[in-house]
Ligand binder design. Structure first.
Ligand SMILES: Cc1cc2nc3c(=O)[nH]c(=O)nc-3n(C[C@H](O)[C@H](O)[C@H](O)COP(=O)(O)O)c2cc1C
Length: 305
């Protein structure tokens, strides 16, 4: 495996793009602490927002990455234009028809990654010419597949490619990082472990709900509630709550009254109904930390630590 210079960070850790909590502040803090932080771009954001966040993430020449969602790009072409102009250290394009955008980024000489959740996804990523692969297991927070867990998929993928592979999904601390690096991964791509950080764009009340969480659920309930245009094949993993439990399996019957209840709960930050995307590792979050604390904990996996 050849690791590109951009990924030779002091700690082999990428702060996963997380639309919502993960803006420029979190990306900057992760990179400044020794990982590579990424900005998560929601479908509704425009190129101006990306430029603003990139200025924060990249202050003082700090490297950062940007994560785009492929399905959103046809309706938000200026997201890709902004990224082509900004030339971040790494750009991921995942979930949907990413081959075209990935090709444009590669032609511009920008390092690219995509998240794979199955062996079919691996084939597609290899065909598209991704430079870096992210094996995203079903334990992971946010959207993706629920097909395979991180560890089996990681082993299968590592046997099939010499590209740099990052493991994502359920990597909570230095133990998980040490495990995936021992298996042959270039490092870990971590989202949930950063969700309690003070640098996230999450409200204090949402953070408290994350600290209290005991269980997650996977499905399309919150996408249907918000009429989000996520392709059906990608559900989301979120903290399980009463609303999720009531509607999972009955998403096609979720009506306007139920959507309205969800909208109001989001405004009121009532997390018995509103969503909080997070992976299985959310149970490990207990209190607010800085991103530097979290990166330092992961750094305990380094041989010299
Ligand atoms: C709140 C949240 C938002 C996310 N948003 C994005 C996103 O915008 N783009 C993306 O490619 N992945 C997104 N993800 C998935 C992450 O990139 C990553 O795969 C996942 O967090 C790794 O698993 P972990 O949460 O167990 O660490 C998100 C994850 C979370 C928890």
């Amino acid at each position: 495996m050849h690791l590109p210079d951009q990924l030779r960070t002091p700690v082999p850790l990428i702060g996963a793009p997380m639309a919502g909590p993960g803006g420029g502040r979190l990306a900057h803090a992760v990179s400044a602490a020794g990982g590579l932080g990424m900005i998560g771009v929601a479908a509704t954001r425009d190129g101006g927002w990306i430029r603003e966040q990139a200025a924060i993430a990249g202050a003082d020449g700090t490297p950062y990455g940007v994560g785009l969602m492929a399905w959103a790009l046809p309706d938000a072409p200026d997201q890709l234009e902004a990224v082509l102009e900004l030339r971040p250290a790494l750009v991921s394009v995942s979930f949907g028809a990413y081959a075209g955008p990935l090709g444009r980024l590669r032609e511009a000489g920008i390092l690219t990654a995509t998240q794979v959740g199955s062996l079919d996804d691996l084939e597609a990523a290899l065909d598209a010419g991704a430079d870096v692969l992210v094996v995203r297991g079903a334990e992971a927070g946010g959207h993706g597949r629920n097909a395979m867990a991180t560890l089996p998929l990681l082993q299968l993928v590592l046997d099939r490619t010499n590209l740099p592979v990052y493991a994502a999904g359920g990597i909570l601390n230095h133990r998980g990082l040490a495990a995936v690096v021992a298996a042959g991964a270039a490092g870990a791509w971590v989202g949930t472990a950063f969700l309690g950080c003070v640098e996230t764009d999450t409200s204090p009340r949402a953070r408290q709900a994350l600290f209290a969480a005991t269980e997650t659920g996977y499905g399309r309930v919150f996408d249907v509630a918000q009429q989000a245009a996520w392709p059906r094949e990608f559900g989301g993993r979120a903290v399980a709550n009463a609303y999720f439990d009531a509607w999972v399996g009955h998403e096609d019957h979720l009506d306007e009254a139920a959507r309205e209840r969800h909208r109001k709960a989001v405004q009121a930050e009532d997390f018995s109904t509103a969503h909080l995307y997070a992976g299985e590792g959310v149970v490990a979050l207990e209190h607010e930390l800085t991103a530097a604390d979290v990166v330092a904990e992961f750094a305990r996996a380094l041989p010299s630590a």
